[in-house]
Design a protein around this ligand. Structure first.
Ligand code: NAD
Length: 495
């Protein structure tokens, strides 16, 4: 691992791509407009980036459609697409430090987390999905009479992917790998807050052999580039990761345009429930700290609601505070740093408002405070824990997307399940118990897409990732992600 000084030197010499990537080449926005992307640790401008809108969306979608129709990618055998995507994974591995550094500078995530989580996960997602794609078979239906019924999985055409800022490379990869492997063309719109790493990725994709027009990247705002993409009549599938509010708007846009299929991976307010029969309180407390403070709490599956059985609460809180000590905010280029700054001033203000609302609602502040922002010194915030929280408090119900933890108590299993389910979101849940029956019973009753028993997060490409309720309807990763980007085609042959 490089030292902080080495990362700083690299960051001073890095070349950042700042234009739209359409039809295999970089170009300015048609309007010539740009927006600034800043380094949240220093508040310095990193790059002036092409601000795409309707005209660029039209160009990119046309390029994607033309590539699809040409068959340059869609017509390739799955095994051929596999080879190209494996080459891309190799290139990502070769450029691992560069890609990690771009996201750290653009978004504020610690470099060590980039190298231990985002990069290995993104590379593995490309490898695993590429390896899978030539094992996807069609079927023959048990039709009656003199007919042969064939069922095959066909690429859908043009996929639009709209992604958030909190894992810029990884969230894009979770869409790109299955959409490309299945033979589609893609137009990706990254978040305006962290658009840089995917521009470099698109260039690497071309180097790996992805034909021109198959992967296009449009940096730009949601209400311009994002909306135009979502309303476009030549987009066949819209794959989104972001807030539930914007997810709802995308469903409306689909309804107003061509009924494109919309996959939503949306927000979360995940519970962690610790029962009195959890043997290893220290491990559970360490995981609880990681589940809310890693990536500054800017994690969709962050366990921001902690439900503790009242008999273990005091012991647990002590262990939690000890574990929290290692999450002090620091320079994200320092390999020792585990928590960087929040992504921007708007996010700092939002999180500050939630801390204030928790105080106003009467929750007890155990550690942390309302951040005192000093211009030019980054959007730093301390890990914040409130005890005495209740489900009727606003900060316990709403997604904060920052390092703020609500600690609540419960008396028995029924109450724990009721409290965990009493939320509009249903992304993940973490359950801690050493009673096997209880682990199964509670996992079954919790309404969420994912449950981790005696753990949190992690996972690999083999398991689907996604939620229920207001957390959306889509699943990234695993073989199920390929289904999102394929249509079933049935062919009847009269014999
Ligand atoms: P956001 O919804 O504000 O933005 C997401 C993307 O949508 C961005 O690219 C943005 O430019 C675009 N967008 C905004 N308005 C739009 C519009 N009118 N039309 C089209 N596109 C538009 O979310 P965010 O702040 O970038 O990310 C944080 C959210 O993402 C959190 O709610 C978090 O839980 C969620 N998230 C979910 C998952 C998951 O897998 N479920 C993973 C990561 C993040």
């Amino acid at each position: 691992m490089k030292t902080k000084a080495e990362w700083q030197t690299l960051s001073e010499n890095i070349t950042l791509r700042n234009q739209a990537y359409i039809g295999g080449r970089f170009q300015s926005a048609v309007s010539g407009e740009t927006f600034k992307t800043i380094n949240p640790a220093t508040e310095r401008v990193l790059a002036e980036v092409a601000s795409c809108d309707q005209a660029d969306v039209d160009l990119a979608v046309a390029a994607a459609k033309a590539a699809f129709v040409s068959g340059s990618w869609s017509g390739k055998a799955p095994g051929e697409r596999k080879k190209v995507l494996l080459r891309l994974a190799d290139l990502m591995q070769q450029h691992r430090d560069e890609l990690a550094l771009i996201d750290t500078l653009d978004m504020g995530k610690s470099i060590s987390e980039m190298l231990s989580v985002d990069l290995p996960d993104s590379i593995d997602c490309f490898r695993w999905t590429a390896e899978s794609i030539d094992k996807v078979y069609g079927e023959i239906a048990p039709t009656v009479g003199d007919t042969l019924g064939l069922i095959s999985h066909e690429p859908v055409g043009v996929v639009a992917a709209i992604t958030p800022w909190n894992y810029p490379l990884m969230m894009a990869t979770w869409k790109l790998a299955p959409a490309l492997a299945a033979g589609n063309s893609v137009v990706l719109k990254p978040s305006e807050k962290s658009p840089l790493s995917v521009l470099r990725l698109a260039e690497l994709a071309t180097e790996a052999g992805v034909p021109d027009g198959v992967l296009n990247v449009l940096p730009g705002y949601g209400h311009t580039a994002g909306k135009a993409l979502a309303l476009h009549h030549d987009v066949n599938v819209l794959a989104f990761t972001g807030s539930s509010r914007v997810g709802g708007m995308l469903m409306e846009y689909a309804g107003q345009s061509n009924l494109k299929r919309v996959w939503l991976e949306a927000g979360g307010k995940s519970p962690m429930v610790v029962f009195e029969d959890c043997e290893n309180i220290e491990r559970a407390a360490g995981t609880a700290a990681a589940a809310i403070f890693s990536n500054q709490g800017e994690v969709c599956i962050a366990c921001s609601r902690l439900y503790l059985h009242n008999s273990i609460k005091d012991r647990f809180l002590k262990a939690l505070l000890a574990a929290t000590a290692s999450y002090k905010g620091g320079d994200p280029l320092d390999p020792e740093t585990r928590m960087g700054p929040l992504v921007d001033k708007a996010q700092l203000d939002t999180v500050s408002r939630y801390i204030k609302s928790a105080m106003d609602d009467g929750a007890n502040l155990v550690t942390g405070r309302i951040p005192e922002y000093v211009e030019g010194q980054g959007y730093y915030i301390e890990p914040t824990i409130f005890d005495g929280a209740r489900n009727d408090m606003r900060f316990v119900q709403e997604e904060i997307f920052g390092p703020v933890l609500a600690v609540c108590e419960f008396d028995d299993e029924d109450e724990a399940v009721r409290l965990a389910n009493d939320n509009r979101y249903g992304l993940g849940a973490s359950v801690w118990t050493d009673n096997l029956s209880r682990a199964h019973r509670v996992s079954k009753q919790i309404r969420s897409g994912m449950v981790w028993v005696n753990g949190w997060g992690g996972g690999d490409s083999t398991m689907p990732f996604g939620g229920v309720k207001a957390s959306g309807n889509g699943r990234d990763k695993s073989l199920y992600s390929i289904e999102k980007y394929t249509d079933l085609k049935t062919v009847w042959i009269s014999l």
